[in-house]
Write a protein that binds this ligand. Structure first.
Ligand SMILES: *[C@@H]1O[C@H](CO)[C@@H](O)[C@H](O)[C@H]1NC(C)=O
Ligand SMILES: *[C@@H]1O[C@H](CO)[C@@H](O)[C@H](O)[C@H]1NC(C)=O
Ligand SMILES: *[C@@H]1O[C@H](CO)[C@@H](O)[C@H](O)[C@H]1NC(C)=O
Ligand SMILES: *[C@@H]1O[C@H](CO)[C@@H](O)[C@H](O)[C@H]1NC(C)=O
Ligand SMILES: *[C@@H]1O[C@H](CO)[C@@H](O)[C@H](O)[C@H]1NC(C)=O
Ligand SMILES: *[C@@H]1O[C@H](CO)[C@@H](O)[C@H](O)[C@H]1NC(C)=O
Ligand SMILES: *[C@@H]1O[C@H](CO)[C@@H](O)[C@H](O)[C@H]1NC(C)=O
Length: 475
């Protein structure tokens, strides 16, 4: 296998996705490369890919839910570039629109964004108060308090569903300080986490997290928090797929995760094998995912980082010639948020369904932002940022304003879990080098740990547990 070239932007991509196992990815990767060269053998190869997938899944079923990450895209795309296949030969001569976008979807050509909008948002006047979140107290402003008696809320090794990307202690992190912090709002107290009470709230219900790998981290945190009081034979988890379901029999309840990094339909909807460098989305198709989440009783959404990787392509459902429009990430995210918002506005009855939106999870990619003239990132960071006003460049303000604007019309239906400011302080909480990496690290990388640190995701136990304590507060 060719050595992988990893630019910093590609590295961000790598970190954004997750994986079942290196071997699975490599199998799949080889298959995909062959597939690209021999399109005509698709049915045979598809069967083969499926077979290999099953075998790999069995071989690498690490007993727990494992996530799916790989840079497959770069192998494939690099090989295409190297053999300089002209664009036209990669597109069937009689282009016909695929029914569903997948990683092989292509644009026949790309034009500038026309300014077109998807559906209309239902502009109903908002009556009443924002649900759940007491106006008397802002739970999101306050400070972190070192408290090694109340936290961590579970032990890393006690959670059978822990992900190898997030199990920092297991992967060699020597300092455990990041586990011992609780969040203290300025003018009030958070409810103490009570696992029995949480299960009572979930009895007979479906709780579903929908979004990207950050939201998946919060979901893993949630099932780690919840599983301790359920006997092993009374809980189960479905095989890893776009929708993964944790089930607790005696409560007749599920805690689920749906991979939908752009919220609307896109060519990145396969959690195993998604395409990152050319993101194509259908801004008018939220229903593909909504059909999976519409039956859930409690929904927790996020989306952000996938919109921060440059322009995205729009393929409207009515477009039959494969002509995409290109739009900048923020514009694309706004279209997706509007499509999502219009679904919420017309489908959510707040008396029956709770909907939460989790704001931007900050990154800590440049230590100069909290320590001028330094040149690192989150690697080796063991302390918290104490400047209350600290705001890193990774948390894009125009995006925050857009999200706030879209959510403002939904305040009776959607509760915001505004984690951004409180999470900004936690430069100590990222895995950095203490996680499983799927790509082979070169000697140069190994000699410079900061160069391959993950400063995007969060160690568990850790910061996402506190996001879940906030969710518990508002449920
Ligand atoms: C596309 O072209 C192939 C052969 O070139 C033909 O068999 C197929 O029917 C065509 N499909 C459509 C939708 O025209
Ligand atoms: C908690 O932290 C204090 C101060 O660092 C330390 O003395 C104590 O041993 C710790 N307790 C536990 C249970 O880790
Ligand atoms: C974690 O493990 C330690 C030692 O094994 C134990 O003292 C502690 O109570 C455990 N914490 C939780 C939350 O289970
Ligand atoms: C946790 O919640 C349960 C059920 O609501 C309650 O009976 C129990 O006393 C609570 N435990 C604590 C420590 O508050
Ligand atoms: C379990 O919960 C589902 C809703 O999630 C409900 O339809 C079903 O009737 C419940 N079953 C029992 C035995 O309570
Ligand atoms: C979240 O809080 C920040 C300030 O900490 C604010 O700028 C932002 O608008 C808030 N976002 C939403 C969606 O309320
Ligand atoms: C919110 O609703 C108002 C009218 O109630 C409308 O003018 C505005 O465009 C809506 N904003 C968004 C972001 O949908």
């Amino acid at each position: 296998m060719r050595k992988i070239r990893i630019s910093s932007q590609h590295r961000l991509f790598l970190l954004l996705s997750v994986n079942l196992s290196l071997s699975l990815s490599l199998c799949l990767c080889r298959m995909m490369q062959r597939w690209h060269k021999k399109r005509t053998h698709f049915p045979l190869l598809a069967a083969l890919i499926f077979f290999v997938f099953i075998v790999c899944s069995i071989l690498y079923n690490e007993r727990s839910i494992q996530q799916i990450h790989q840079n497959l895209d770069h192998h494939v795309d690099d090989s295409l570039k190297k053999t300089s296949v002209p664009e036209s030969t990669t597109v069937p001569p009689n282009y016909s629109l695929p029914v569903v976008l997948d990683r092989f979807s292509t644009c026949r050509s790309t034009v500038k964004y026309s300014g077109r909008k998807a559906g209309k948002i239902v502009h109903r006047p908002e009556l009443g108060h924002q649900r759940g979140i007491e106006e008397s107290c802002d739970f999101f402003s306050g400070k972190w308090v070192f408290d090694n008696t109340s936290h961590p809320l579970y032990n890393e090794s006690d959670c059978p569903y822990m992900s190898d990307q997030l199990a920092c202690h297991k992967h060699g992190r020597p300092d455990l300080g990041y586990q011992y912090w609780r969040w203290q709002p300025r003018n009030c107290n958070l409810k103490r986490w009570n696992v029995t009470e949480m299960w009572e709230k979930l009895r007979g219900k479906r709780l579903m997290f929908v979004g990207d790998s950050l939201n998946r981290g919060q979901w893993i945190s949630m099932i780690c928090l919840l599983q301790s009081i359920i006997p092993a034979d009374k809980r189960s988890i479905s095989p890893n797929a776009a929708l993964t379901v944790f089930r607790a029999e005696e409560y007749n309840a599920t805690v689920e995760f749906l991979w939908a990094p752009l919220l609307v339909e896109s060519n990145s909807d396969d959690p195993v094998n998604h395409r990152l460098d050319e993101r194509i989305m259908r801004p008018d198709s939220v229903l593909k995912h909504a059909s999976q989440w519409e039956q859930a009783d409690i929904l927790v959404f996020n989306t952000y980082l996938w919109w921060r990787q440059g322009p995205v392509k729009l393929l409207w459902s009515s477009e039959t010639n494969g002509i995409c429009e290109e739009i900048d990430g923020l514009g694309g995210m706004e279209l997706a948020m509007e499509a999502w918002a219009s679904w919420v506005a017309s489908n959510v009855n707040p008396l029956k369904k709770r909907v939460f939106f989790v704001t931007t999870s900050p990154t800590h990619l440049w230590s100069r932002e909290w320590e001028p003239r330094s040149e690192g990132n989150c690697y080796n960071e063991k302390t918290l940022i104490i400047d209350e006003a600290y705001w890193g460049s990774g948390s894009d303000l125009p995006t925050m304003r857009m999200v706030e604007k879209v959510l403002s019309n939904l305040s009776s239906k959607v509760s915001v879990i505004n984690i951004t400011q409180l999470t900004e302080y936690r430069k100590d909480g990222h895995p950095s080098i203490y996680r499983k990496f799927w790509e082979t690290l070169s000697p140069e990388q190994l000699s410079n740990p900061a160069s391959y640190s993950d400063c995007i995701h969060w160690c568990l136990p850790g910061v996402p547990d506190v996001w879940n304590e906030l969710l518990f507060q508002f449920l």
